[in-house]
Design a protein around this ligand. Structure first.
Ligand code: FAD
Ligand code: UDP
Length: 388
């Protein structure tokens, strides 16, 4: 009899498998319907021997020392600060918008102080911006919003920014200095030998058994287990009882080019041209030396694997109904980006899983109670990661 059947071998499922087995001494069956571990963070060497991320670029960054220290047990790191250029008006310009973006876009020579004045002059003030349109227009005005955000967002989400929560575009800051890093977190690094190797180290324990190519529904009634940790889509778990929760999907077009370097930055965003949103060149991320280079194009779509929960009020309302069901489900914990319908980064999912483990271990989560739905008060140190 397994103590825990864990559904999904991504960050949520793997962190919990590791903690419950290594620290808790429990017997774990970890399953995934895909043919690999790592969830969306899975990477592998392609046929040309280049390390690529199957499900698009995954860049690790966090402000949480706890999360970074925990993952450091399973990997060494390669320092890496991510940079992105956006193709706008025939130029490749830094995004997040910074001093160089504006000076180059408009052929100006502003100082940081002058740029702050410029933003103030074009911004449309809003108190408490609620939508993804308002949050950008209230900082940099309508013209820059239209050049950098409106069309990218429409392509990525199939919705106008005015229909999405502010939290979506608020992920991208605006700067008046020349800092062109995509993230400013304290810890920014890539697993030295890749994510999959990190997951392999995490799951290398005699009390963890792994079953791939296996859907939860196929085995839930025939493999004895005490409790379930579910990290797949929450609506699917409940057979879409209240209807489908919208998730945004992507198609990835991977290509290898017979050149050392394909583009001048790790990622180039295309807000206004092409049906794809961005192109990533993996060698920048991994530091790999190779005579060829591999890239991936991301084409957003509504059908396909669920990659992004879609943050908007009606979806939150629908999720709230599933959350109530999840809270009442006996012996099942819902953890991760799909199961808690949160637009979480890898570090946030790790923090959430570590918090869930702490609650399970300390017995704070009593059997069958509503507290099983894990938006519980967080451990100190995980808060920084989750509240960004
Ligand atoms: P997942 O990784 O989705 O794992 C869930 C697993 O459950 C999947 O492998 C799935 O096959 C399995 N599963 C689902 N249902 C079932 C079932 N019924 N039976 C069996 N198995 C099932 N985060 C960052 O921090 N930095 C980034 O740069 C970054 N870039 C991203 C780029 C893209 C294109 C995407 C889509 C996401 C990105 N993320 C990034 C987010 C990151 O992928 C997630 O935070 C993280 O992978 C979530 O982990 P998870 O375990 O919750 O879910
Ligand atoms: N975004 C945009 N233009 C850009 C970059 C981002 O409009 O050049 C918006 C878009 O809505 C996107 C969101 O900001 O979905 C968050 O961007 P992020 O790079 O964090 O997206 P992710 O890496 O999660 O796909």
């Amino acid at each position: 009899m397994f103590d825990y059947l864990i559904v999904g071998a991504g960050f949520a499922g793997s962190v919990l498998a590791e903690r419950l087995a290594r620290d808790g001494g429990k017997y774990i069956l970890l399953i995934d319907r895909r043919n690999h571990i790592g969830g969306n963070a899975y990477d592998h060497y392609n046929e040309d021997g280049i390390l690529v991320h199957k499900y698009g670029p995954h860049i690790f960054h966090t402000n949480s020392a706890n999360v970074f220290d925990y993952l450091s047990r399973f990997t060494k790191w390669r320092p890496y600060e991510h940079r992105v250029l956006a193709s706008v008006d025939g130029q490749l310009l830094p995004i997040p918008i910074n001093l160089d973006t504006i000076n180059r876009l408009y052929g100006l020579n502003l100082t940081s102080f002058q740029l702050a004045d410029f933003f103030n002059s074009v911004a449309e003030p809003r108190t408490g911006a609620r939508t993804s349109e308002e949050v950008i227009v209230s900082k940099v005005g309508r013209e820059l919003y239209e050049k950098f955000f409106r069309n990218y967002t429409r392509k990525q989400w199939g919705l106008d920014p005015s229909e999405l929560d502010a939290s979506v575009t608020a992920r991208v800051p605006t700067r008046t200095n020349r800092d062109d890093r995509y993230f400013t977190d304290t810890y920014q690094a890539m697993p030295l030998l890749g994510y999959t190797r990190m997951f392999e180290n995490m799951l290398d324990h005699p009390k963890i058994k792994i079953l791939l190519n296996t859907d939860y529904k196929e085995i839930r009634d025939c493999i004895p287990h005490r409790e379930v940790i579910f990290t797949g889509p929450v609506d699917e778990f409940f057979d879409f009882r209240f209807g489908k929760l919208p998730y945004r999907s992507l198609e990835f077009r991977h290509e290898t080019r017979n050149v050392r370097v394909f583009q001048p930055a790790p990622v180039i965003n295309y807000p206004n041209e092409h049906p794809f949103t961005r192109v990533t060149e993996f060698k920048y991320l991994t530091g790999q030396e190779h005579s060829k280079t591999s890239i991936v194009y991301e084409y957003p779509c509504s059908e396909g694997d669920p990659y992004y929960p879609v943050p908007r009020p009606e979806n939150s309302e629908l999720y709230a109904r599933y959350k109530e069901l999840a809270g009442a489900a006996t012996g099942v914990y819902f953890v991760g980006r799909l199961a808690t319908y949160r637009y979480y980064n890898m570090d946030q999912v790790t923090a959430q899983a570590l918090t869930v483990y702490s609650k399970i271990r300390s017995g704070w989560v009593s059997s069958g109670s509503a507290a099983r739905l894990l938006h519980l008060p967080l451990e100190r140190g995980h808060e920084a990661s989750l509240n960004r």
